[in-house]
Ligand binder design. Structure first.
Ligand code: F0G
Length: 481
């Protein structure tokens, strides 16, 4: 939650205390330069020994609760029929309202199975916005095409529209008319839409999309990897939901989807995932493939320890103190950057604070990857690891041509219950310094480019060796830190 100080200033306040810690350290600028050069200007390739604040992602790096750790000590490790799985299924029923569930090893495994079963060559999948792994599975596994059906406001990085994650219902109707319902594998809604900058959709929008799917007999798939934050933002922003609990809103969202899946690495704070539904026929189409690709029905590629922790995490993710902790920190972070006048995605959403690289570094063309350059420069200026979410995160088209991303974002994620307000203040200060020295930052060029999901292991080079000049300027003004 946030708390108002007597000065009138609002700050996010942690509703938990730290009882186990992990030491971190800030490497000096000379080491940061060496590390980013070795990493090929790709923050995925950095080692944590070279990182101060790891804000790459909120996936698999959240602080688990004491109750989750306790649950991991008492586990039924059976290969088949484990009672730990049935505890998890009870939690899914209670929290999400679904009768049928299967575990998978993480979110993209769910995307793989759903795309394999429901999508085929020539199909299309309309979505409020793709996620990297989702698109790859829809297109490579399913052979279908991912269609972005976002609203006109979605790509405006400076906005006051509260639900930029909405799907445009008119565009969806036009799409159905254009392709015919037979070619629509399923319709996909993503909660707290990741690549739009963690932007939520409204319940009203989800209900409208449900209605359209009903009219045409289409399957509605909900990616609920970030469902708690979307529910919390609905509570904060949507008329009629102020008095509802996060738990009630999550259940209502789930009641509108035919198939739900999630990466458990985010909201439930464990390494796993699941697919759930109330539709027995749909469940039975997916289920046979589970032991082929993931594992037996009662573990689905996860360790039973993580299944046990996920059962607890499922119940905890609707606790308002967990659902809001990243959102309130992000609101504070974005507010501080806006105060200074820095180009940041507004309104603040879930998952992360996103810098708009097109506005931050307008002198770098998209062909030279401004979001990648900003992400590398932020590491140099601060030791903070963030993530490129722009053209480097796109796939080339079938002819090998570059596909420019709609948005060029540097994503600074806030893992749940991990960092504090003073960490955010440090980040704000170094981003400000970086902005004032933005002309030192130039573009990047690939020197090694893998054929798929290139952002993970690709290596790049700083044009004109700008990293060195940047590090020298930093050292002259700031010293080693
Ligand atoms: N869907 C969404 C909305 C996600 O954000 C992610 C992962 C996935 C699916 C895939 O799940 O990683 O468990 O296989 N997002 C991570 C991130 C990787 O950093 O945003 P996964």
């Amino acid at each position: 939650m946030s708390i108002k100080l007597s000065s009138g200033k609002e700050i996010p306040i942690e509703m938990h205390k730290t009882r186990m810690v992990q030491k971190i350290w800030l490497p000096p600028i000379e080491e940061r330069l060496k590390a980013i050069e070795e990493a090929g200007y790709n923050t995925f390739q950095l080692k944590t020994k070279d990182i101060f604040l790891d804000m790459l992602t909120d996936s698999g790096v959240n602080a688990m609760s004491d109750n989750q750790y306790a649950a991991m000590m008492r586990v039924d490790d059976a290969y088949a029929g484990s009672m730990t799985f049935y505890d998890f299924a009870d939690a899914v029923k209670d929290v999400l309202g679904y009768n049928y569930v299967m575990n998978v090893h993480q979110g993209r495994a769910a995307e793989h199975l759903i795309s394999k079963v429901f999508a085929k060559q020539g199909d299309v999948v309309p979505t409020n916005y793709h996620f990297t792994t989702t698109k790859v599975h829809i297109e490579l596994t399913g052979g279908a095409t991912c269609l972005e059906i976002y609203t006109d406001e979605a790509l405006k990085t400076e906005s006051t529209v509260l639900f930029k994650g909405n799907m445009d219902p008119k565009k969806l109707k036009d799409t159905i008319k254009k392709y015919g319902k037979e070619r629509i594998a399923f319709v996909r809604m993503e909660a707290t839409t990741n690549l739009l900058g963690g932007q939520p959709f409204s319940m009203q929008n989800l209900r409208e999309i449900r209605q359209i799917c009903n009219e045409h007999g289409l399957i509605l798939v909900l990616d609920g990897s970030l469902i708690s934050e979307n529910a919390y933002l609905i509570k904060q922003r949507e008329e009629g939901y102020e008095k509802k609990t996060v738990a009630e809103i999550v259940k209502e969202m789930c009641s509108l989807a035919d198939i739900f899946y999630m990466s458990g690495r985010k909201n439930t704070c464990v390494r796993g995932g699941c697919i759930a539904t109330n539709n027995k026929a749909l469940f039975e189409k997916i289920q046979p493939w589970l032991p082929v690709y993931e594992g037996f029905f009662t573990y689905g590629g996860m360790s039973q320890r993580e299944v046990a922790a996920m059962a607890v995490g499922m119940r905890e993710m609707v606790d308002p103190d967990l659902a809001d902790c990243a959102v309130e920190q992000i609101k504070y972070f974005v507010g501080r950057l806006k105060e200074i006048g820095l180009p940041v995605v507004t309104p603040p959403g879930g998952l992360a604070c996103h810098l708009d690289a097109k506005r931050f570094l307008p002198h770098i063309p998209q062909s030279q990857y401004p979001a990648g350059a900003l992400t590398a420069a932020l590491y140099l200026a601060s030791g903070i690891r963030s993530m490129e979410r722009g053209t480097i995160s796109m796939e080339r088209d079938k002819d090998g041509k570059e596909v420019y991303a709609d948005l060029e974002l540097c994503r600074i994620a806030l893992p749940r219950r991990v960092y504090t307000v003073s960490h955010i203040e440090y980040a704000v200060d170094r981003i400000h310094w970086l902005y004032e020295h933005r002309n030192l930052v130039k573009g990047l060029k690939f020197v090694f480019e893998p054929p798929v999901l290139r952002f993970f292991i690709g290596k790049l080079e700083a044009l004109d060796n700008w990293g060195r000049a940047f590090a020298e300027a930093f050292k002259k003004e700031m010293g080693s830190y």
